[in-house]
Write a protein that binds this ligand. Structure first.
Ligand SMILES: [Zn+2]
Length: 360
């Protein structure tokens, strides 16, 4: 029963995501190979502390080409919480993470005021909104890697803490952000790497950033009465490790202000960031061809006769492992291939191996 329910749920979700799949019936008629890929999961982790305390929601990966943000969020999924509670959604826009683009279906951070149920991002924006409403966090931290260095140019979003107002509904957003900024900057030598506070004044009638009224942080403040901040590292920092470290440095200070304690602590995570990112993994994909399953761990070409079904069933390696194909609309997870297609099994932005399918 449980299986059937699950299948029905997936079918429903796919119908939502894939309003117009061409050639659905073709495989059955023997004119192609039916391909099925697992849906992109919405990942979320709740870690409850031994001692009660404040609850922090960390959102990563709203923009898919910002690995410093989603890798930092992912690292925190493996900590223990000593005091307080953590809710982490590291890959809010998993398709865009795998495609390594800002937003495969447009900018997800402009979809929190309004979104059509036909939008492929709809289920994920809905899940994020539900997380906020369900858990009522004391603060939401939305992680990004912005362009440039804000210290050098006020139009750049990289390397800063973004607030929507100095004070909103009694929440001293500016005061909190400046405390974090001051503490972080004590540890930063290079001037361009300093992390200032960027106030977009989103609620003010004369704001220069009315587009931010469609963002996650504005949604948190205006609709849920939950304070929210954007933590921005820079896309122009020299490497992924440095980007992740800036996110950890900023989060460390937010956690301190909210009294949330984790184990290992942030200083330990900061000293081990490179090894946490570099850990060697064995990646495998489980494939099912006409009901027969096999596991592969390197690039492979399959020749499959017309009328067959070819499925990716599961992956092992990391939470960021999944499959996309650049030969079709990447929102499609069930479709028919007539001649050939190439799949990329990926760990987030990194290509792991290729799978080619030739229809014979
Ligand atoms: Zn971003």
């Amino acid at each position: 029963m449980e299986n059937i329910g699950r299948r029905e749920f997936i079918a429903g979700a796919l119908a939502l995501l894939l309003p117009a799949i061409p050639d659905r019936a073709e495989a059955a008629k023997g004119r192609g190979v039916r391909v099925k890929l697992p849906e992109f999961p919405f990942q979320s982790t709740v870690i409850t502390g031994k001692k009660k305390g404040k609850r922090i929601l960390i959102v990563g990966g709203i923009h898919g080409n910002e690995p410093g943000a989603y890798k930092a969020a992912d690292i925190l999924r493996n900590v223990e919480v000593e005091k307080g509670e953590l809710i982490i959604a590291p890959r809010s826009n998993f398709l865009s993470v795998l495609a390594n683009v800002r937003g495969y279906n447009g900018d997800m951070n402009r979809k929190f005021a309004q979104i059509s149920p036909k939008d492929p991002d709809y289920p994920y924006v809905k899940r994020l909104k539900e997380l906020i409403k369900e858990f009522k966090p004391d603060v939401v931290l939305s992680l990004h890697d912005g362009y440039g260095f804000h210290v050098l140019n006020k139009r750049f979003w990289g390397q800063c803490i973004v607030i929507d107002e100095d004070v909103y509904n009694g929440y001293p957003l500016g005061k909190i952000a400046r405390e974090v900024s001051n503490a972080v900057n004590k540890r930063v030598q290079k001037r361009r790497w300093k992390v200032p506070v960027f106030n977009t004044r989103t609620f003010s009638p004369d704001t220069e950033h009315p587009e931010q009224r469609r963002s996650l942080t504005y949604y948190c403040l205006s609709k849920c009465n939950v304070p929210a901040f954007c933590l921005e590292a820079s896309k122009q920092l020299p490497d992924l490790e440095t980007k992740v470290k800036f996110h950890l440095l900023m989060m460390k200070e937010f956690f301190r202000l909210y009294g949330v304690k984790i184990k290992p602590d942030f200083d330990t995570l900061l000293s081990k960031t490179k090894e946490l990112l570099d850990s060697k993994r064995l990646y495998t994909a489980r494939i099912r061809i006409n009901g027969r399953e096999l596991e592969i761990s390197s690039s492979k070409t399959f020749k499959v006769p017309k009328g067959s079904t070819f499925e990716f069933v599961a992956f092992h390696g990391s939470e960021g492992t999944n499959v996309i194909s650049r030969d079709v609309n990447m929102n499609w997870r069930s479709f028919t291939v007539r001649r050939r297609i190439s799949f990329e099994v990926k760990d987030d932005f990194k290509k792991v191996f290729k799978v080619r399918l030739l229809v014979t």
